[in-house]
Design a protein around this ligand. Structure first.
Ligand SMILES: Nc1nc2c(c(=O)[nH]1)N[C@H]1C(S)=C(S)[C@@H](COP(=O)(O)O)O[C@H]1N2
Ligand SMILES: [Mo]
Length: 420
């Protein structure tokens, strides 16, 4: 593609003004059609228009030509069904993750739960213990919210001393974004009447791992929901059917799936996933614990590793940014390895604790360049460079990696992941 217009870069490496597309008279295709080709095109009858199409289907699937847009699955030997499947962020656009591509993280497989047999118990430091059938919850007032879920272990390969060469989704794809609908947790806790000493709740799943974690009641009463629906349909088994906890902006592990019990307590239970896991040894020799919020991050999804630029000229750089602290305020992009930055366009609506799509036009002149993106959230927090993050957190880290990601575009248009 070439754009013959006012293509004066606004930053190094050929970055163009984000408002370029608002201008009239842009041409993105250099080809001028001959009269012959034009006539042929006008009268051509594609094969698909010569016979009746296929019948209706009860549940739609993607086109057979999109079969490579799949989750990449990775089990481990710690337990049956323990592992991850990654969202192919490099192949998707917009902000919503299709349900079949939402990342998965299970500690002991996906349980098969009959909603008629499933119950949610709320007990402990409450005046009234409550037991809900799924049917009961379906009759409660509901609310919908769009938010990302990101595993605290997402991007952990980037702590390694050498940059991993793999597709974006295979090391940053433990993050997905959906519209979740369910009952505000506050409603249920108000009904149970919390005792004065109540400070925490311990949420437990009904899967074989009986995974449990502690959550401060402050968060539970703020914006958590007991979700029953995901992007309009009932939650998929992989993501917690028939119900799960959603704690917007907080690390994936507290979003307990197949939720069966909320035990109200006055202190955390010190479960495996908040002591031995999801804690981090800092350079001081002390460990951080209960680092719930996922801090601002951004990724250029296109172009990224595995894509190839086949010619010089015009491209649109596209990516995702999000912050567990609120809205994304700004995303800046660099095409010269971080020397100069230009502000990207943010796709509306920009929502709190939700994926935000950013885009910026770019003219590639065939030179070797390094692309980077950096997110700034509404608290003023700026996504750090890798060097800065390592300085703060040392190299024993595994969780909460959120440094700037750099892609090097070589002269032949191939793309490598670099630390720059
Ligand atoms: N019951 C239960 N809940 C769970 C888990 C689990 O294994 N069992 N995994 C947790 C972790 S570590 C993450 S990152 C998220 C992943 O949610 P997803 O599989 O819907 O993407 O679920 C959390 N909730
Ligand atoms: Mo996780």
């Amino acid at each position: 593609m070439t754009a013959k217009h006012d293509l004066k870069p606004i930053a190094g490496g050929g970055l163009l003004d984000r408002r370029l597309f608002l201008k009239k008279g842009l041409t993105f295709s250099a080809v001028v059609l001959s009269a012959d080709v034009l006539a042929q095109g006008e009268h051509y009858r594609p094969d698909s228009s010569k016979i009746a199409g296929k019948p209706f289907s009860n549940y739609g699937l993607p086109s057979q030509y999109e079969r490579e847009t799949i989750r990449w699955t990775m089990g481990n030997s710690m337990a049956d069904g323990n592992g991850v499947s990654w969202t192919p962020l490099q192949d998707l656009e917009g902000t919503i993750t299709p349900n079949g591509l939402h990342f998965e993280r299970h500690h002991n497989g996906v349980p098969e739960i009959d909603p008629q047999q499933h119950q949610l118990l709320i007990h402990g430091l409450v005046d009234k213990s409550l037991l809900f059938e799924v049917e009961d919850l379906l009759r409660y007032p509901m609310t919908s919210l769009l938010c990302f879920i990101e595993c605290g272990g997402n991007s952990n390969a980037a702590w390694r001393s050498k940059p991993i060469q793999t597709k974006l989704g295979y090391f940053h794809g433990m993050a997905s974004c959906s519209e979740w609908t369910g009952v505000p947790l506050r409603l249920l806790l108000d009904e149970a009447k919390l005792k004065g000493r109540a400070k925490w709740l311990v949420a437990e799943g009904a899967d074989a791992s009986l995974m449990n974690v502690s959550l401060p009641l402050e968060k539970a009463l703020d914006d958590c929901i007991i979700a029953l629906y995901q992007n309009g349909e009932r939650i998929r088994p992989e993501n917690g059917y028939p119900l799960r906890l959603i704690a917007p902006g907080w690390e994936g592990v507290v979003n307990v799936k197949w939720l069966r019990r909320l035990h109200i307590t006055n202190r955390p239970v010190m479960a495996r996933n908040e002591t031995s896991k999801y804690t981090e040894l800092m350079p001081s020799g002390k460990a951080r614990q209960f680092t719930f919020v996922m801090e601002a991050k951004s990724l250029i999804t296109h172009p990224s590793f595995g894509h190839k630029l086949d010619k010089q000229g015009f491209y649109q750089i596209s990516g995702l940014a999000w912050s567990g602290h609120g809205k994304i305020k700004k995303v800046e992009v660099s095409a010269d390895g971080g020397k100069t930055w230009a502000t990207a366009d943010l796709q509306e609506p920009v929502l709190s604790k939700c994926f935000t799509r950013f885009r910026i036009p770019w003219q590639w002149t065939g030179e070797k360049v390094i692309l980077k993106s950096r997110a700034i959230d509404e608290t003023g927090y700026v996504q750090p460079e890798r060097e800065e993050l390592v300085k703060q957190r040392g190299t024993h880290g595994y969780f909460h990696y959120n440094a700037i990601v750099s892609w090097e575009i070589d002269r032949d248009g191939s793309i490598t992941h670099v630390y720059a």
